[in-house]
Write a protein that binds this ligand. Structure first.
Ligand SMILES: CCCCCc1ccc(-c2ccc(S(=O)(=O)CCO)cc2)cc1[C@H]1C[C@H]1c1ccccn1
Length: 240
């Protein structure tokens, strides 16, 4: 297939991000601290600063009944649904359709007082991965979003401060076939979701403001997004 200029970077980043997402939290010695918990959802962060700016890596793990990894990645990747679940989104533009599973976006997010408004340009790639642990187990699906440059959208040219991010959504479907051999239903499936993100807020913002924003926004985002996928899929055939 035609090699897009970004393809080598996409390949490398996807492999790297999937490997990191698959690594567990490890023991508390690994620096991950649990900062939010809600039922099956657990959110961890590491406190890290680059040039005095908070860039705390985040890792969330969640198990959601009744949906598959393919469905979670489909609704996360596809632009037509994003305004339904991404509450901090003010504007989203698809800059380029690189292939049917790879898009480039420009997003302007709502201003969060007292910080200035942010925007981001990133490529987004969705992929099915072989389940190398359990050969005949269901596939693993992932979406990786990674900041990139776009000559038509130079950083910090307008009113927004450009942020930089790397996000990996890794989904493993679990199927527990019913004993009595009846056909599979959504009661027999669940999805283990691992969401990893590192956001560099671009221009300076007070560490206390950023950490408060993340503490509020990330749990809200993951709960709202997964509830959205359950609602969208509940009366549709299962997409494996
Ligand atoms: C002073 C705040 C500076 C940072 C503002 C900001 C910008 C982008 C983002 C962001 C951009 C993309 C993604 S995604 O996972 O790729 C999905 C596609 O939208 C995710 C989060 C986050 C935040 C921070 C609000 C915080 C926040 C945290 C989770 C969700 C929403 N908002």
């Amino acid at each position: 297939a035609f090699q897009h200029r970004l393809w080598p970077e996409i390949e490398k980043t996807v492999k790297q991000q999937v490997a990191m997402a698959r690594m567990g939290i490890g023991d508390c010695g690994s620096g991950w601290q649990l900062f939010a918990e809600d039922g099956e959802m657990k959110m961890y962060r590491r406190e890290e600063e680059v040039d005095g700016m908070v860039v705390d890596p985040l890792k969330a793990v969640h198990v959601v009944k009744g949906i598959t990894g393919h469905e979670v990645c489909h609704y996360f990747f596809s632009p037509q649904y994003r305004y339904d679940w991404e509450t901090t989104l003010e504007q989203m533009t698809v800059l380029e359709t690189i292939s049917d599973d790879t898009l480039m976006f420009h997003q302007i997010h709502k201003r969060i007082w007292p910080a200035s408004q942010r925007d981001v340009v990133f490529w987004s790639h969705m992929r099915k991965l072989p389940n190398d642990q359990d050969r005949d187990g269901p596939d693993i699906w992932t979406v990786v979003n990674n900041s990139t440059e776009d000559p038509d959208h130079p950083a910090n040219a307008g009113k927004c401060v450009r942020i930089f991010l790397t996000v990996c959504l890794l989904c493993q479907t679990r199927v527990i076939p019913p004993k009595d051999g009846t056909p599979l239903s959504r009661d027999n499936i669940s999805c283990k979701i691992t969401y990893c993100s590192v956001v560099n807020p671009g221009g300076w913002a007070p560490a206390s403001v950023l950490r408060a924003v993340y503490k509020r926004e990330y749990p809200k985002f993951l709960k709202r997004f997964t509830a959205y996928v359950k609602n969208q899929t509940k009366s549709k055939p299962i997409m494996y």
